[in-house]
Design a protein around this ligand. Structure first.
Ligand SMILES: [Ca+2]
Length: 218
């Protein structure tokens, strides 16, 4: 039995990240590829506008599609409701690439990336403070480089709301001059990793119950 307990506890210490799939209803991350349907206003691929107006934009099958604003400089906020309930004792990592599909090759835009939950009344509650920043134009992400990347990491405690994990991203400003238009993001990935301690606690409890049951039978 001791060997069995050791194996169980060792297994509990091994935890790996799993993607919360279908952020674009197609793949394990939101890649916003449309097979050449150029401009797709939200709601699209499960994403919706929270404020302002955005769209999934993809020039062609050979170029990279991404989410950008509908108007050249208009701020917007979008969200994706995953359909997956937040779990206790879990580390969530949300990551995106940030960039432009712009005719103007300069400038700088600011953004906010959030991970939270949404309840039955569509009230959004952040799990952790938003990651905010700005990205200077580095190229056209449809055929060139991204201008940056961003992550949000949140670890839940023993008690959670059970509400639905939700991703929010916003363009919050256009900075500097000359400006650059059509700012957005791509490659949204949300991964969940159970905390090893929670697995150890659970399996430790199972082992304890087994020992008690064995003693009761004797
Ligand atoms: Ca893409």
């Amino acid at each position: 039995m001791k060997a069995t307990i050791c194996i169980l506890l060792a297994a509990a210490g091994l935890s790996s990240a799993s993607p919360i799939g279908g952020l674009d209803l197609v793949s394990s991350s939101s890649t916003f590829e449309t097979n050449g349907t150029v401009s797709n206003p939200l709601p699209f691929y499960g994403w919706t506008n929270v404020s302002g107006s955005a769209r999934v934009f993809d020039w062609s099958t050979t170029l990279n599609g991404a989410m950008i604003g509908t108007t050249p400089y208009g701020n917007y906020e979008v969200q994706y409701i995953t359909g997956v309930a937040v779990q206790p004792n879990t580390t969530y990592k949300l990551s995106v690439d940030v960039g432009y599909i712009a005719a103007l090759t300069a400038g700088n835009s600011s953004y906010s990336l959030q991970l939270g939950t949404i309840d039955a009344f569509f009230v959004f509650t952040p799990l952790v403070a938003a990651s905010t920043g700005s990205a200077a134009y580095a190229g056209d992400m449809s055929s060139g480089p991204f201008s940056g990347s961003e992550t949000v990491t949140a670890t839940t405690g023993a008690i959670v709301s059970g509400d639905i994990l939700t991703v929010r991203w916003a363009q919050t400003g256009t900075l500097g001059s000359p400006f650059s238009d059509y700012f957005g993001f791509d490659n949204v990935l949300l991964e969940a990793t159970p905390e090893p301690l929670s697995g150890l606690t659970a399996l430790g409890g199972i082992a304890l119950l087994w020992l008690r049951r064995r003693d009761a039978i004797r």
